[in-house]
Write a protein of this length. Structure first.
Length: 222
C-alpha cells in the first residue's frame, strides 16, 4: 500500500514539473468609458461658471466631511457611474471665517492663508503618497491656479485650486467611494483627470477682482 502511494505521489510530482501552467496575472474589471461631452454650469446665484461632463451631476454641498460649509457656493460634481465625486469649496478672500473650536478669534481668509491651506490639505496624503507633483496653470480665460497629482494609494490623486488672488478662491479634490488602490483606479483617474482639466480650462469668475492699479473691473450682471 505504501509503495503504491509513493508511486502515485512521484507520478503527480513529475506531471506538475512538466506542465505548462503559469500563474494567472492579476486583472481588474473592464471599464467602458463614455465619450467626453460637456454641459455648462451657470446659475445666477453662483459667482463662477464652468463646463462639466454630461455623465456627471452638480449638487449643492450641505456637508463637507461633517463640516458645515461657510457659504452656499460649495458644490459636488458627482460621477455615479464611477462612484466618484469632485468636492468643490469656495472662499472669498478677505472674508473672515466663523471662529472654530479652540480659536479665540475668527481667522481672516487672506490669499496667503488659503494658498497655504490648499498645500497643507494636499500634503496630508504624504503617508500614502509615492509622489506629489504640482503644476502652475494659466487658462485661456486668464484663470490662474495649481493642479496637484498625487501618486500611490492616496485618498485623492487629483486636486487643484484656482484664484484671482484678490477676491475669489476655489479648491477641488477628486475622491472615490472605495478603498484607494492606484492600480485599479489608474484608468478611471486618468479619464476623470481630463474632465477636471476641462472644468478648469472653461472656468470663469462672474465677479472679477481688482486690477493691478486697484480699480474694480466691471462685475457680471448676475
Amino acid at each position: 500500500m505504501f509503495k503504491s502511494l509513493f508511486s502515485l505521489v512521484a507520478i503527480l510530482f513529475l506531471l506538475s514539473c512538466n506542465s505548462d501552467y503559469n500563474p494567472k496575472r492579476r486583472g481588474y474589471f473592464r471599464i467602458d468609458f463614455p465619450p467626453h461631452q460637456y454641459q455648462t454650469f451657470d446659475k445666477p446665484e453662483y459667482p463662477y461658471t464652468f463646463e462639466y461632463p454630461v455623465y456627471a451631476s452638480v449638487v449643492r454641498d450641505s456637508s463637507y466631511f461633517d463640516t458645515v460649509p461657510e457659504n452656499p457656493y460649495w458644490i459636488n460634481v458627482d460621477f455615479p457611474r464611477f462612484k466618484a465625486r469632485i468636492y468643490i469649496s469656495y472662499k472669498e478672500i478677505g472674508h473672515t471665517d466663523r471662529a472654530g473650536p479652540g480659536h479665540e478669534k475668527p481667522t481672516p481668509n487672506t490669499f496667503d492663508k488659503l494658498r497655504d491651506d490648499a498645500y497643507k490639505m494636499t500634503l496630508k496624503h504624504t503617508v500614502k503618497a509615492s509622489s506629489i507633483d504640482d503644476s502652475i496653470m494659466m487658462t485661456p480665460n486668464g484663470i490662474s491656479g495649481v493642479f496637484f497629482r498625487v501618486g500611490g494609494n492616496a485618498a485623492t490623486a487629483n486636486q487643484f485650486y484656482v484664484t484671482d488672488s484678490v477676491r475669489n478662491f476655489l479648491r477641488g479634490a477628486l475622491y472615490f467611494d472605495t478603498a484607494p488602490n492606484e492600480d485599479s483606479l489608474s484608468r478611471v483617474n486618468k479619464f476623470l483627470q481630463a474632465d477636471m482639466l476641462h472644468l478648469i480650462n472653461t472656468f470663469r469668475w462672474k465677479t472679477p477682482g481688482r486690477t493691478a492699479a486697484g480699480t474694480t473691473r466691471p462685475s457680471d450682471p448676475h
